[in-house]
Design a protein around this ligand. Structure first.
Ligand SMILES: [Zn+2]
Length: 276
């Protein structure tokens, strides 16, 4: 018998539980069928009380025996508990609401991925006079910063320096070069977030900085269609669903994985990543 317990300190993520279950199932199948070719061995998945002790090895129930929210009799504690379906993944995902810190994170990430990335693309398009055709879909912020850096124009007013948080750039540093640095640093802050949440104070600080910066870029880039500030306001007011949270998490994680690959790719681009 293999007993498995998933510990989570924050909100239960049924998708993670589902994924863990799948990995275990796949591994057991691999060991049984491929490694040892044990054709007569089979297994079943069952569950028991969430506060169980490993030494209590009876009282298992079938997965489709009880539905979410229903009561069941727990043999181990000789009492009735309410069953919480932590295992079926999809089912309980739709009803889960995202917290306000997670909403802030989603909004700020959307601002980075949709508005700031567009600002940088437009600026790069205006300033690239080599006739090079730029593919919007293939350029992320890191790539665009590198390309902009290579133009050797509009340097930040205090030069390139390592900046951890965008607040380290003072409000009077307000040239195009300074704002491009701001975009890069804000993008990094969102991408390196391990909690995928942003508290209200931090969110408001970033919104103020971004708003001021977009007001400047609306003047400089004169964007076609809606102004950058209007696009920002739309994201700030937008209705959010759980789905957008999962999507944003994936997109930010994907960006980070790409970045890790890039770092391994070459020492030269590693050094460049730090400053441009
Ligand atoms: Zn129990």
């Amino acid at each position: 018998m293999i007993q498995l317990q998933v510990w989570q300190w924050n909100e239960v993520d049924t998708e993670v539980n589902q994924a863990v279950l799948k990995v275990v199932e796949r591994e057991i199948n691999r060991i049984v069928n491929t490694r040892y070719k044990l054709k007569t061995v089979s297994f079943e998945k069952k569950w028991k009380c969430e506060t169980t002790s490993f030494s209590f090895d009876t009282g298992f129930l079938e997965f489709d025996q009880v539905n979410d929210g229903e009561n069941y009799y727990c043999e181990e504690h000789a009492t009735v508990h309410k069953y919480k379906d932590y295992w079926s993944g999809e089912k309980s995902k739709a009803s889960r609401r995202i917290s306000s810190d997670q909403q802030n994170y989603v909004r700020m990430s959307m601002i980075v991925l949709e508005v700031l990335s567009g600002v940088l693309y437009d600026r790069l398009y205006i300033d690239t006079k080599t006739g090079e055709i730029l593919d919007r879909d293939k350029l992320d912020i890191t790539e665009m910063c590198k390309k902009y850096c290579a133009l050797k124009i509009n340097f930040p007013s205090k030069g390139f320096r390592k900046i951890k948080l965008v607040d380290e750039i003072s409000p009077n540093e307000d040239t195009i070069g300074d704002d491009i640095q701001r975009i890069r640093v804000i993008r990094n802050e969102m991408q390196h977030s391990s909690v995928f949440a942003l508290d209200d104070t931090r969110y408001q600080t970033l919104i103020t900085i971004v708003h001021d910066m977009l007001t400047r870029f609306d003047q400089r880039n004169n964007p076609a269609g809606e102004s950058y500030v209007k696009r920002l306001d739309e994201i700030r007011k937008m209705e959010l669903e759980t789905r957008s949270f999962e999507e944003i998490k994936e997109r930010m994680k994907a960006g980070l994985i790409e970045k890790i690959h890039a770092v391994f790719d070459s020492v030269v681009s590693d050094a460049l990543n730090d400053i441009c």
